[in-house]
Design a protein around this ligand. Structure first.
Ligand code: SAM
Length: 250
């Protein structure tokens, strides 16, 4: 899997929309990841504005975050002053200690697919845990979902849109780990909840997604107007967080 570098750094352009509109992660997921991992230092890859970091920081004394975008990192530092923030991509990060847990929320697909498990293995202590997870945004009303997917198609947004199936990321992580003899104890969990998005927040959610951010601004504005015309007084979402867990062999 190759990574589109230009696309991977578009989030910082929309840091406010990102922070206000992106959902966080269930407290139960954070508790279960920390229960699965042995005690010790924790590493987060692609921490962004700290949507996952804040919850992990409450229960982790030693947390290091790798985040390449300085605008996202500034928001992260403001929100989570107790964590260490390393600015840069994970591919260039040199771990200064063996980590008991490496986790990545909505970001592991941005790390080079050729090397990401080598990097994770090198960063982890023996028996250290890896946890990668992504949110899936399901539009609860199937008619609205189809209408929004048709807007995406009209503007040529065919992959990784808000209205497309992103479970491919979880399936890729699971297959890669299952095929990698350096990892064991593979486990999959899913956490489901519902949320109602008011129109303005839903439009910010659209603006925070890289598939739309890479459009030229005029095209993106037109797409957002078409989405706005469909969402009425709000959107009910069924949010599923897919978690993949594994352990570095001792
Ligand atoms: C979709 S955001 C997720 C942010 C945060 N973890 C969250 O859950 O909201 C993806 C993040 O990965 C970061 N990123 C992109 N490429 C990366 C890389 N090669 N190494 C580490 N982080 C990367 C981006 O800057 C961005 O902050």
């Amino acid at each position: 899997m190759t990574v589109d570098r230009e696309r991977s750094v578009v989030f910082g352009e929309a840091v406010e929309q990102y922070e206000s509109a992106r959902p966080g992660y269930p407290a139960r997921l954070v508790a279960e990841v920390l229960d699965y991992a042995p005690p010790g230092p924790v590493l987060e890859v692609g921490a962004g504005t700290g949507k996952a970091t804040a919850a992990f920081a409450l229960r982790t004394a030693d947390l290091t975050c790798v985040e390449p975008d300085p605008r996202m990192a500034a928001a992260l530092r403001a929100k989570c002053p107790g964590v260490r923030v390393e600015i840069g991509i994970f591919e260039e990060y040199v771990p200064d200690r063996p980590f008991s847990l490496l986790y990545s929320a909505q970001a592991w697909h941005w790390v080079d697919g050729e090397t990401r498990w080598d990097l994770a293995h090198a960063a982890l202590a023996p028996s250290g845990a890896v946890a990668v997870f992504w949110n899936r945004y399901g539009i609860t009303d199937p008619g609205l979902r189809d209408a929004l997917a048709a807007v995406d198609a009209r503007y040529g947004v065919t992959t990784s849109s808000l209205h497309s199936d992103t479970s491919v990321r979880t399936r890729a992580a699971r297959h890669e780990l299952a095929d990698d003899p350096r990892f064991t104890d593979l486990d999959q969990r899913a956490y489901t909840r519902t949320d109602r998005y008011e129109p303005a927040r839903y439009l910010d959610l659209v603006r925070s997604i890289s598939a739309y951010r890479i459009l030229d601004p005029g095209t993106r504005d037109a797409l957002v107007r078409d989405v706005a015309a469909l969402v009425g007084d709000g959107v009910d979402l069924t949010l599923v967080t897919d978690l993949t867990l594994a352990r570095r062999r001792a």
